[in-house]
Design a protein around this ligand. Structure first.
Ligand code: SF4
Length: 246
């Protein structure tokens, strides 16, 4: 597996759990605001054997979970093998994905505990292309969502990064309405875009950080509203918080 970096202990990647974070190399999307652009270069990182990764996870007794992120982890040929081996050693396993590869998600589903799906925007071709820099087969993203939604034993988070130049309040409504229409049962998280060095200096002036009040106002209409899923805000003020508690 091609890995661009490993964080031994993180408390941010899986809510309420310490985890080891594995960053896979390569992604099929080209989002301008990507925090991990270095992972999009084919020549970064190095190839790891599954045994080497498993030994590293086994000896890390401070974490109860493993988060595989990227890049796009579903592009790795040996992801299934890694998931099977992680399940054997009893760690809670979370996979980050952009949702574009439902076939791989279906194969690894018996071995994973959580999916965090990065939903870039409303499922509208032009909007999606503007955000991701490529034409995306939206039916595949819908398929991933529909499939994971049937899996009661998989914790499911769908999150959208709010970038002011790319999304509007109508887009947030559209996303939430879509999730309601498909009976999504997990947690929906609206997360604050923040500039990190990995985005690249040239984008510093293009994308600004949306303020806390703006994000709260976007989610206010869903406070105390009965939905099949919970709505969370993730930002620098509240951390990770249910909208009903803000
Ligand atoms: S899908 Fe994620 S990893 Fe891929 S380019 Fe977009 S932000 Fe980066």
């Amino acid at each position: 597996m091609k890995i661009g970096g490993i964080i031994d202990i993180s408390t941010k990647d899986i809510p309420h759990r310490s985890s080891m974070v594995i960053f896979t190399v390569g992604c099929n999307f080209k989002c301008d605001y990507c925090h991990n652009k270095y992972l999009l270069q084919p020549d970064v990182g190095r190839q790891y054997e599954i045994n080497e990764l498993i030994n590293q996870i086994k000896t890390n007794e401070l974490v109860s979970g493993v988060s595989i992120t990227g890049g796009e982890p579903t592009l790795q040929n040996d992801l299934l093998e890694l998931c099977i081996e992680i399940q054997k050693i009893g760690k809670y396993l979370s996979i980050d994905t952009n949702g574009s590869n439902p076939d791989v998600i279906k194969k690894i589903a018996p071995y994973i505990n959580r999916v965090a799906l990065d939903l870039k925007g409303p499922l509208e071709p032009k909007k999606f292309e503007k955000i991701t820099g490529i034409k995306v087969d939206l039916a595949k993203i819908k398929d991933t969502i529909a499939f994971i939604n049937t899996k009661k034993d998989i914790d499911f988070e769908i999150r959208t990064t709010y970038v002011e130049r790319l999304l509007t309040s109508d887009d947030v409504s559209e996303i939430i309405n879509f999730l309601e229409s498909v009976g999504f049962k997990g947690n929906f998280v609206l997360q604050q875009y923040q500039f990190l060095e990995g985005v690249g200096e040239e984008f510093k002036k293009i994308f600004s950080k949306p303020e806390h009040d703006l994000l709260v106002n976007l989610l206010k209409p869903y406070k105390d509203v009965k939905l099949p899923f919970k709505v969370f805000l993730r930002d620098e003020i509240v951390g990770y918080c249910n909208i009903n508690e803000i």
